[in-house]
Write a protein that binds this ligand. Structure first.
Ligand SMILES: [Zn+2]
Length: 318
C-alpha cells in the first residue's frame, strides 16, 4: 500500500469521503479509505495498492465477461430482438431469465463519435478487444476492423493482452506506443478510474491526439445518485479515482484540452445488483422486471449531472 498526494494539485490536505470493504469482488476483507482533496476537490482512494499490488485485487472473474459463451450470445439475442411488453410478461415467469434480465437493462445512449473509414483509433484499457461495456458489438475493436487497419489497444492484463494482439497493434502500457503515431480517436472506456496517475493520461491525450481528433472518456460519476444514496457503493480498491464533471474539467483545463460534450446516465440494473450485495438497497430487491424497466425509462429522460456514469467527448484547445 502507498499513501499518495493529490494527482491533480499535489496537495496532501484531504478529508475522509468514504470507507468501505471490497463489496463487489470480495478479494480481501480490508477496509479502504476514499478521500477528497481539500484544495481541488478530487476524490481518490488513499492509501491505495501500488502498481505491483493492484493485480491481486482483480478477481479471476473480472475478465471472464471477455469470453462470450453460447449462453451469453443467446441471451444477447433475446435481449435485442425479443424484448417487448408481451414477451416480458412471459419471460418474467421464467426465474433464470427473469433475474438475468434484471441485471441487463441498458440505458438508451448515443455513441458520441462517428466511426470513420481508416481512422487511427486507440482504445486504452480495452480488455481483449471484444467488449465495450455499454456501446455494443458495433463499437468493439473487432468490429472496427471492418473500417480501419490503424487500430491500437492498450491492456495491462496479460491474459487479455495475449488475445488482443491478434486483433490490433497491442501494448500493455501507453508508454510503449511509438511516439510518432497520432490518433483520430482515443477512447478510455471505464479505465481512467483504474490508473495510478490520471495526469499521465491527460498529458498523453494532449500529445497524441491529432489537432482535429477526439477523446472519449467514460467513468463512474461520483456525483451520481447511487453514491448519494450510499457513498460506500464504490468499487474498491480497484477504482483508484472517483471523478465527476468538475474533476475531469479541471484536468482538461490543465492539459490544454476541453470538454466538447458530456452526458450522464444510470442503469436500473445497478440498483437491482446493489440490492444483492448491500442491505441499504433492499427496497430494489423485489422490484419486478417491469418496474425496473419503468425506472430505466425515467433514468433515460433525466438530463442533468445526477447519472451514475458520465461520458465525455474531449478535444484539444485552439
Ligand atoms: Zn487536489
Amino acid at each position: 500500500m502507498e499513501k499518495i498526494k493529490c494527482d491533480f494539485c499535489n496537495s496532501e490536505n484531504s478529508t475522509l469521503f468514504a470507507q468501505q470493504k471490497d463489496l463487489l469482488h470480495r478479494q480481501t476483507s480490508k477496509i479502504f479509505n476514499v478521500v477528497k482533496c481539500n484544495n481541488c476537490g478530487l476524490v481518490y482512494t488513499n492509501p491505495r495498492p501500488t502498481i505491483d499490488e493492484i493485480t491481486e485485487y482483480y478477481s479471476d472473474e473480472y475478465y471472464a465477461h471477455e469470453q462470450k459463451n453460447g449462453n451469453n450470445i443467446l441471451f444477447l439475442f433475446l435481449k435485442k430482438f425479443l424484448i417487448n411488453d408481451f414477451t416480458l410478461k412471459i419471460f418474467a415467469h421464467i426465474p433464470i431469465l427473469n433475474s438475468k434480465l434484471k441485471l441487463n437493462i441498458l440505458p438508451k445512449l448515443r455513441y458520441p463519435i462517428e466511426k470513420k473509414k481508416n481512422m487511427a483509433f486507440l482504445d486504452i484499457g480495452c480488455g481483449n478487444g471484444n467488449n465495450t461495456h455499454i456501446w455494443g458489438a458495433q463499437h468493439t475493436l473487432r468490429s472496427y476492423q471492418k473500417v480501419s487497419t490503424s487500430l491500437y489497444g492498450v491492456e495491462p492484463n496479460l491474459h487479455a493482452y495475449n488475445q488482443l494482439k491478434y486483433l490490433c497493434n497491442a501494448y500493455q502500457d501507453i508508454d510503449q506506443i511509438p511516439k510518432e503515431i497520432k490518433f483520430d480517436v482515443i477512447r478510455l472506456n471505464w479505465s481512467l478510474e483504474h490508473v495510478h496517475s490520471p495526469s499521465k493520461y491527460f498529458q498523453f491525450l494532449y500529445e497524441r491526439l491529432r489537432d482535429d481528433g477526439r477523446a472519449i472518456i467514460c467513468v463512474p460519476n461520483i456525483d451520481g445518485n447511487i453514491y448519494k444514496e450510499d457513498s460506500s457503493m464504490l468499487e474498491l480498491p480497484i477504482h483508484l479515482f472517483h471523478f465527476n464533471f468538475q474533476s475531469i474539467n479541471n484536468y482538461c483545463n490543465k492539459f490544454n484540452l476541453c470538454i466538447e460534450d458530456h452526458m450522464t446516465f444510470s442503469y436500473a440494473s445497478m440498483y437491482y445488483y446493489a440490492s444483492t450485495i448491500n442491505s441499504n438497497f433492499d427496497k430494489y430487491r423485489n422490484m419486478s422486471l417491469a418496474g425496473l424497466l419503468e425506472m430505466q425509462t425515467e433514468f433515460d429522460n433525466i438530463n442533468d449531472l445526477s447519472g451514475n456514469d458520465i461520458v465525455f467527448k474531449i478535444k484539444k484547445n485552439g
